[in-house]
Design a protein around this ligand. Structure first.
Ligand SMILES: [Cu+2]
Length: 336
């Protein structure tokens, strides 16, 4: 379980995933050795199989993992290229009914993950879910039907009630990326889930501290859950409000933003170059609903120097965040 505030060790390297040949779906044990090997390659219509383990975690939490004993909150980043199929064997190691339900891709009722369709794992049961994707297609009137590409997500839809309310509350969620061929691949990925008054089911100062070296390409995966309205803000960086976060030319009309609504069930992603513009340092990411950030919905993005060393003032800023965040949380609790 990822219970340390430092996320860097568990933040999966994009190149590691591609190198493993399974687009983020290799077993965790095989990942490390593959860093820096083959470039992205995926045949149209490829089917990839992955086994995911749903497990109970300390503190009444639950998580998805790619190997037994490796469940995390959020779960692993799952990736596919448009046209590919993902065949997920979900092993339910828990005593609870649960499932895995995707957003953005194609699936039959039997892979819906919803009790409405009888699609879930009973306690201890193993079940296979099939997620398909497709490319954009030409339609009548010079229009196009959208493909599956996007920054999506997956979550439980069966624990507690027919909507998976208890499973989502306890951590059964993760990011799902469907890429278009030719998309630029990032060096690092950070998943940020705003769930009720928490980030990745934690509050400051125990929220993840994401790390990258100056100008590394980092991909932020933002997901909303729960019952509250949130807004995601990242300091010192900005992105285009479109599918990738990057402009496709000098006249691309996409708005450029640094703050975006992140409400229950919604998701978005974008890529930035770490510290581009602002340089190395410690930058905040947080919910911009003031009561939420004040109550602990904030975290740190440490942009190290290009050589990996700590920039001036970074240690002090981290200590300041840990002290102030803890104080803010306790003060807020006192007012409840
Ligand atoms: Cu919020």
């Amino acid at each position: 379980m990822d219970d340390a505030p430092h996320q860097s060790t568990s933040a999966l390297s994009r190149r590691a995933l591609i190198g493993a040949g399974a687009l983020g779906l290799a077993t965790a044990g095989g990942m490390g050795a593959a860093i820096g090997t083959s470039p992205a390659r995926a045949a149209t219509g490829a089917t990839r199989k992955v086994t995911i383990y749903a497990e109970a975690l300390p503190g009444n939490q639950y998580g998805y993992g790619l190997a037994p004993g490796q469940a995390t909150v959020p779960g692993p980043v799952l990736e596919m290229y448009e046209g590919d199929t993902l065949e997920i064997t979900l092993v339910n190691t828990t005593s609870q009914r649960l499932s895995i339900h995707p957003h953005g891709v194609d699936y039959d009722t039997g892979s819906d993950g919803a009790p409405l369709n009888g699609s879930f794992n009973n306690p201890g049961e193993t079940r296979t879910y099939v997620w398909r994707s497709h490319e954009m297609t030409a339609a009548a009137g010079r229009r196009f039907m959208p493909g599956s590409a996007g920054y999506w997500h997956y979550h439980d839809h069966a624990m507690g009630d027919d909507h998976g309310t208890a499973g989502i509350a306890r951590g059964l969620y993760g990011a799902l990326i469907v890429r278009r061929r030719g998309d630029i691949l990032p060096d690092k990925q950070f998943t940020v889930v705003f769930n009720e008054m928490m980030i990745n089911n934690k509050t400051a100062p125990n929220t993840p501290m994401f790390e990258a070296n100056h100008l590394q390409r980092v991909e932020w995966l933002a997901i909303g859950h729960g019952n509250l309205f949130h807004t995601f803000h990242l300091h010192a960086h900005r992105w285009a409000d479109n599918r990738t976060g990057m402009l496709e030319g000098p006249s691309d009309p996409s708005p450029v933003i640094d703050n975006k609504d992140l409400n229950p069930g919604s998701s978005f992603g974008f890529q930035v170059l770490a510290g581009e513009g602002g340089g190395p340092g410690v930058w905040m990411y947080h919910c911009h609903v003031q009561q939420h950030s004040q109550a602990g919905m904030s975290g740190l993005f440490l942009v190290r120097n290009a050589d990996g060393s700590m920039p001036p003032g970074a240690e002090e800023a981290i200590h300041r965040f840990q002290g102030h965040a803890a104080k803010a949380t306790s003060e807020h609790s006192a007012h409840q």
